[in-house]
Design a protein around this ligand. Sequence first.
Ligand code: AMP
Length: 283
Amino acid sequence: MKVICKKNELKEIISEAKKTKNIALVPTMGALHKGHKSLIDRAVKENDFTIVSVFVNPTQFGPNEDYDKYPRTLEDDIKLCTLAGADVVFAPSPKEMYDDIYFEEKETTLVCPPYKYVNKLCGKSRPGHFDGVCTVVSKLFNLSKCKRAYFGKKDAQQLFIIKKMVSELDFDIEIVPVDIVREDDGLATSSRNTYLSDSDRKIAPNIYRGLNKAKELYNKGIKESQTLIDASMSYLEEFDVDYVEIVSIDDFEKIDIIDKKALMLVAAKTPDKKVRLIDNIEL
Ligand code: AMP
């Protein structure tokens, strides 16, 4: 497996590989865990050349977010990718990825999804986040020349927006959604789980318990979103809840009565270390 930090080197390897191989991309911010591994395993299985990008993307972090303290564990990430059978880890520096204008003016050419997609859920409390995500993912698509790209369902709004971007910008790329990977107690694995204190870690699985409770009630015939949201909220009394919402899986519009495939999503900050956790469940 090759570890590459320069775009030019990546281009050279890809110009060879793409002659005979189907290229897959798994975009990550590193601090890889078993959730990332399931994306990489799937990509390795379904394609003959897998690139894992490891890049903590500055343009998707707000000024008061955790860009500086985000965990960076490149050596361990390289080991995980090697064992999983990836062909390339692409781990550029911010200066390699963005031109000088970004560092001088804090501006760059951006790919901005429509307001309708970002004025809700994570986009509402993280203004500009999805512009940064779409920008870096577009750059990685262009650099990797991938035919398939793998994204986790854990970041459901991101997955929805990336799919829209691919369709609206005519990228010739298949987006492959991958199921959420959880710890034994139900907590969705996340690089940010390393921020949790012991007391946070103990109650963090309540997020998933609340989602499961809602799904159980839904399966029993309760279709009013508010009733399900209230049931889920009762598990989150100790958290600072950003949102608990139910949206249609097709367009991410809020629904009051669930009469089509829906997704229930939560974002909440833990009481001690204020770690913002997200999770969701299909209804
Ligand atoms: P990140 O490094 O957090 O930007 O995540 C990189 C990719 O891994 C994204 O597509 C995430 O949705 C996905 N991912 C992160 N955690 C999980 C998880 N627990 N289960 C499935 N996919 C995940």
